[in-house]
Design a binder for this molecule. Structure first.
Ligand code: MTE
Ligand code: MO
Length: 200
């Protein structure tokens, strides 16, 4: 039997490809931030769910940690061309956040907001059943440089959609551009269709 250990290339008899076009694998975990890493103490941390301008639910760190915790192991893909396989996360599924707030999604669009002023847009359909607010990585509390205390994880879209230092989700009437989307990045960001920039 042929030795195929370590084969990570195009699709094969083993199954579909795991590395999207234009991406290469890394073993380390690069840090990419638009600005300095904010220091958010657990006492100051909060997470707010909004419908347009209206806050509908707010959790402290202690309250947020009473929500159900789910484990997710996924491949991640950064628009700067690195991909990383089998990253292991724990956190609260976005669906469980909506359920805890007793809020069926009132619009199809979300803007995620962060403590550093960052934001990014993701359709609700790409959060339901697919995304979480992660608080642990590889069994340990999420490091500050990687978005700790908590970050969004939307593994099937380019990693800029996974907002670090997240402090809330906001339902919007329309698909509103966030930080990078206002600066020329794609509104959706599917790595398998190489949707890196707005014209892609
Ligand atoms: N709040 C916030 N979230 C952010 C960013 C940022 O600058 N601020 N950078 C984004 C980009 S461009 C990428 S590629 C990933 C990088 O995450 P990492 O530093 O954990 O690799 O975070 C995304 N989330
Ligand atoms: Mo990025």
């Amino acid at each position: 039997m042929a030795v195929t250990r370590g084969f990570k290339g195009r699709g094969s008899a083993e199954g579909p490809a795991r590395v999207p076009p234009g991406q290469h694998l890394v073993d380390d975990f690069p840090v990419l931030s638009a600005g300095p890493t904010p220091r958010v103490s657990l006492d100051d941390w909060s997470f707010t769910l909004k419908v347009g301008p209206r806050p509908v639910m707010k959790w402290s760190w202690a309250e947020f940690n009473t929500l159900p915790i789910t484990k997710m192991t996924r491949d991640i893909h950064c628009v700067t061309t690195w991909s990383k396989l089998d990253t292991a996360w724990e956190g609260v599924l976005v669906d469980d956040i909506f359920a805890a707030a007793n809020l069926p999604p009132p619009t199809p669009y979300i803007l995620a907001h962060s403590f550093d002023g960052y934001s990014t847009n993701v359709p609700v359909a790409d959060l339901s059943g697919k995304a979480m607010v992660a608080i642990r990585y590889e069994g340990k509390p999420l490091e500050r440089d990687h978005g700790g205390p908590a970050r969004l994880l939307v593994p099937h879209l380019y990693f800029w959609k996974s907002a670090k230092w997240i402090n809330g989700l906001q339902f919007t009437e329309r698909d509103e551009a966030g930080f990078w989307e206002l600066r020329g990045y794609h509104m959706y960001g599917d790595p398998w269709r190489e949707q890196r920039y707005s014209g892609d």
